[in-house]
Design a binder for this molecule. Structure first.
Ligand SMILES: Nc1ncnc2c1ncn2[C@@H]1O[C@H](COP(=O)(O)OP(=O)(O)O)[C@@H](O)[C@H]1O
Ligand SMILES: [Mg+2]
Length: 375
C-alpha cells in the first residue's frame, strides 16, 4: 500500500451534506482483495467509529476489519447464469460476477427481486451451477452440495414427523455417521440451547410458532458446524418482534463462533445491523455487483439503538438511494464499471469514502459525481 493511498482525488458530492473522497487500494484480483491498511494510513483516514479517532481500541478494530478483507475465504470468480430466452437466444441473469469474503465475515446482498440473489446463493450452496465461472470456498472449488455449507431458507423445510431434537439430530447424523446416539443427542442439544429452544426438544414442527421453526432451522444449520452459513431472506416471513429477536440471536451466534455468513435480505436495517459488508446488486437481467458498502457502525452495535449511531442515516440513505434510483440506471450511468474492481464504499463522519480496488479506476470512478448519490 502506497503512502498516498488515502490522499487521492477528492470530488464534491452533489449532496450538501456529504463530500466524497476517492482512494485506491493495492491492485487486487477482485473486490475485497488488497493489502491491509497500515496504521499510519488509518490515522490519515476518516475514522469509521464515532468514538474519538485517537483511541487505540477503535483504531485497532479498524485495522482488523480491513485486514480481514485480504483473506479470500469465499471467492466467486467470473460467474454467469443464463437461461434460454423466448427468441431462442439466452437471457443472462448476471454475467462476470466477482465477489469475495473473508473468513468470519458477515455479508448481506441487497437488490431488487429477480436480480439473481437466490441464484448466487444457490450456486454457493452447490444447489445450482453457474453457466460460467467458479466459486472457491476455503481453497476448494464448489462441486455440488456439501455439509460444509448450510442453508437456511425462508420456509423452514423441517421434517414434520420429527421432533425439534429429531430434526437437529438428523443433520448431525448426516455429518458424523459414526457417532453413537448419546453423542448425537448431546451435540444437537447444545445447538438447541444456543438458539433458545431449551424445553421444546420434543415438540414437532406443527406445535411450533414460525419463529420457533426458524430457530430449529438455525440450530440445524449450525449443528453441522458449516464453513459458511447461507441464508435466503430467513426472517422475511416472521412478525417484526420475532424477526428482531432472531436477528439478535444470529448476530450473537456469529460473533461468538466466528461463523462466516452470506445472507440475502430486502431489509436495509437488517443488513446494517448484521453485516460487515453489504453487496449492492443492480436490477436484472444483466445484473452486476455495483458497490460493496463496508459497515461503518461499531461491532458492538445494538439493534434497538442502531438509528442513534451518527453514521446510521448516511449508510442507510446510501443504500436506499441505490435501490430507489441508481440500481435501475447503473449500467448506463457507469458504462466502464469493472466487475473485478467493484468500488468499496466507506461512510465516515460527514464524509463518504470510496476506495477503488484497482488503481487504474481512481481517475474515472464515477460514483461520487453522480447526482443520485445525494442523501
Ligand atoms: N429455471 C429458470 N428459467 C428461467 N429463468 C429463471 C429460472 N430460474 C430463475 N430464473 C430467473 O432468474 C432471475 C433471478 O432469479 P432469482 O435468483 O430467484 O432472483 P432474486 O433472488 O434476486 O429475486 C429471475 O429473473 C428469474 O425469473
Ligand atoms: Mg430470491
Amino acid at each position: 500500500m502506497r503512502d498516498d493511498v488515502l490522499h487521492e482525488r477528492r470530488h464534491n458530492l452533489t449532496s450538501p451534506r456529504l463530500r466524497g473522497e476517492v482512494g485506491s487500494r493495492a491492485p487486487g484480483r477482485d473486490p475485497g482483495e488488497g493489502a491491509p491498511l497500515q496504521p499510519e494510513h488509518i490515522a490519515a483516514a476518516p475514522h469509521p467509529n464515532p468514538l474519538p479517532a485517537s483511541g487505540a481500541r477503535e483504531r485497532a478494530s479498524f485495522v482488523e476489519s480491513l485486514s480481514m478483507s485480504s483473506d479470500k475465504f469465499i471467492s466467486i470468480e467470473a460467474i454467469a447464469k443464463r437461461y434460454p430466452g423466448a427468441d431462442g437466444g439466452e437471457i443472462a441473469v448476471f454475467e462476470n460476477l466477482w465477489l469475495s469474503m473473508a473468513r468470519g465475515e458477515f455479508g448481506c446482498v441487497i437488490g431488487h427481486s429477480g436480480c439473481g440473489k437466490t441464484t448466487v446463493l444457490n450456486i454457493l450452496a452447490g444447489l445450482d451451477q453457474p453457466s460460467e465461472g467458479t466459486v472457491i470456498v476455503d481453497g476448494q472449488a464448489i462441486e455440488g452440495t456439501s455439509l460444509d455449507r448450510a442453508v437456511i431458507f425462508q420456509s423452514h423445510a423441517l421434517l414434520p414427523w420429527r421432533t425439534v431434537l429429531g430434526n437437529v439430530a438428523y443433520a448431525v447424523t448426516s455429518k458424523w455417521r459414526d457417532w453413537d446416539r448419546t453423542k448425537v443427542k448431546a451435540h444437537a442439544q447444545t445447538f438447541i440451547d444456543l438458539v433458545g429452544l431449551t424445553g421444546a426438544e420434543h415438540k414437532r414442527p406443527s406445535e411450533l410458532s414460525g419463529g420457533m421453526k426458524q430457530r430449529v432451522g438455525i440450530a440445524r444449520a449450525l449443528s453441522i458446524t458449516p464453513k459458511i452459513m447461507l441464508m435466503d431472506e430467513p426472517f422475511s416471513a416472521l412478525d417484526a418482534l420475532t424477526r428482531g429477536t432472531l436477528q439478535d440471536e444470529v448476530r450473537r451466534i456469529c460473533l461468538e463462533t466466528g461463523q462466516t455468513a452470506f445472507m440475502i435480505t430486502h431489509d436495509v436495517d437488517e443488513a446494517i445491523y448484521l453485516a460487515d459488508k453489504i453487496f449492492l446488486m443492480t436490477n436484472g437481467p444483466g445484473a452486476v455487483l455495483a458497490e460493496i458498502v463496508e459497515n461503518p457502525l461499531p461491532r458492538d452495535r445494538g439493534r434497538i439503538d442502531l438509528h442513534r449511531h451518527p453514521y446510521y442515516y448516511a449508510v442507510r440513505n446510501h443504500i436506499v438511494d441505490f435501490l430507489v434510483s441508481r440500481s435501475k440506471t447503473f449500467a448506463t450511468d457507469v458504462p466502464d464499471h469493472d466487475p473485478r474492481s467493484v468500488p468499496i464504499v466507506r461512510i465516515g463522519k460527514s464524509e463518504l469514502v470510496i476506495a477503488s480496488v484497482s488503481e487504474s479506476k481512481q481517475a474515472s470512478w464515477p460514483g461520487l459525481s453522480r447526482p443520485s448519490t445525494s442523501l
